[in-house]
Ligand binder design. Structure first.
Ligand code: V47
Ligand code: SF4
Length: 375
């Protein structure tokens, strides 16, 4: 008998046994069942199922890529309560604003180095508009045509498009033609208005976020999706969030990766909210792997979680640990992550993955294999 079947059969709770049998039979679980996994299942039970699904999909393969970030500014018109990174426009002297040349200098620093992706994400600066970013995209592509540009959260795009008086479809096409290849998953937070209105009430809502990703998918662009978890939301808000993503994915198949982002509580307006525990984090990854049955990949973002915890997630459904990053992001170090200078060499990433007996594969943004590291 399969070890997973033995574990299922030894489970005393009939509901959980039923859910697990559905998973093994490749049947979709519903919202109520997803919630039960959060509320009733033990960590070994849900972890074993998530690992079973992960190995069905990817075997031992664990992806990473070679990337760097450009953070154009941390000045932001919004004031999300969980954000430790942004400064309001009125306090912009405390933040940073990179010029076009500064950003192109960052790109030039990687000349001759084998990076495959630049991730551009930052605050919503009222003076950095659609035309400015289109020009940046064109200049990056002129300098290095092969570099994949994954840029701008739906929050940044929503603001840019509205200010330029363009529809979402027009704006997306314009940026795509200027060189934008795919969208990162940020800005999703928790879609349900009951939570979103309390933590991020003035930026694009859940419906607007999904609409922007759908528009990108319709142009043939791939995108990611995140969820900020472990603060004031309840388990059912997480399931609701994943359900909305699963429905869109059924229609478009444009999402590559789901990235649960653990709320970090340093120096923000939610510092009184405790952070989730490590077992809770592992459960989050495991349930995500099981619920989002139409998402090919599940990513643990090591700069936010810490590298050893990211290693642990590889036994709980995760098959991707993002990239080398090269100390080019400040979002998480400012929010209290253990990773104060997030940079890992390819050798370090490979070692990290091998230490937990998985197979490292360098990928590009769209998950084509760049280099397979045989064990
Ligand atoms: O949307 C902000 C989150 C996101 C905090 O697509 C926080 O490959 C935890 O989306 N605690 C931006 N999280 C980063 C992001 C991302 C990162 C890596 C890879 C990809 C990808 C996307 O960071 C925001 C917000 O949800 N965030 N503050 C905080 N205190
Ligand atoms: Fe601005 Fe993004 Fe921070 Fe919200 S999370 S305040 S939109 S930088």
């Amino acid at each position: 008998m399969l070890p997973v079947q033995e574990l299922i059969d030894s489970e005393k709770d009939g509901d959980l046994r039923g859910i697990a049998n559905k998973i093994v039979a490749n049947e979709r679980i519903n919202e109520e069942e997803g919630l039960m996994l959060f509320e009733k299942a033990s960590l070994p039970f849900v972890g074993m199922l998530a690992n079973y699904r992960r190995e069905q999909l990817h075997g031992d393969i664990t992806y990473f890529n070679r990337n760097f970030h450009i953070e154009p500014t941390n000045v932001c018109v919004y004031a999300c309560k969980f954000c430790s990174y942004s400064r309001l426009y009125a306090h912009r002297d405390e933040g940073w604003e990179l010029t076009m040349e500064n950003m192109l200098d960052v790109v030039r620093q990687y000349d001759g180095k084998p990076v495959t992706e630049v991730h551009i994400v930052g605050g919503v600066h009222p003076k950095m508009n659609l035309e400015f970013f289109a020009e940046l995209l064109r200049k990056i592509k002129a300098h290095r045509p092969g570099l994949h540009i994954k840029g701008f959260t739906a929050v940044e795009l929503d603001y840019m498009f509205r200010k330029a008086k363009m529809s979402v479809e027009e704006g997306m096409k314009y940026l795509n033609e200027a060189g934008l290849d795919s969208l990162p998953g940020g800005g999703a937070e928790i879609f349900h208005p009951e939570v979103r209105e309390q933590i991020a009430d003035d930026k694009v809502d859940g419906t607007g976020w999904l609409y922007i990703h759908e528009a990108a998918h319709k142009l043939g662009m791939y995108t990611n999706a995140t969820m900020l978890y472990g603060h004031i939301e309840k388990y059912w808000h997480r399931i609701d969030h994943m359900e909305r993503l699963r429905r869109l994915q059924d229609r478009t198949h444009g999402f590559n990766t789901f990235i649960p982002l653990k709320f970090r509580n340093k120096d923000n307006e939610m510092s009184d909210v405790p952070e989730s525990s490590l077992p809770e984090d592992m459960k989050m990854y495991a349930v995500a792997r099981l619920y989002l049955d139409n998402f090919p990949h599940l990513k643990a973002y090591w700069p936010m979680l810490g590298r050893q915890n990211a290693q642990l997630t590889l036994g709980f459904g995760v098959n991707d640990i993002d990239g080398t990053i090269d100390d080019s992001t400040k979002i998480y170090s400012m929010a209290g992550s253990e990773e104060q200078t997030p940079a890992m060499s390819t050798e370090q990433l490979v070692t990290l993955i091998r230490q937990v007996k998985r197979k490292p594969v360098e990928r590009d943004t769209l998950y084509h294999h760049v280099q397979v590291f045989e064990n």
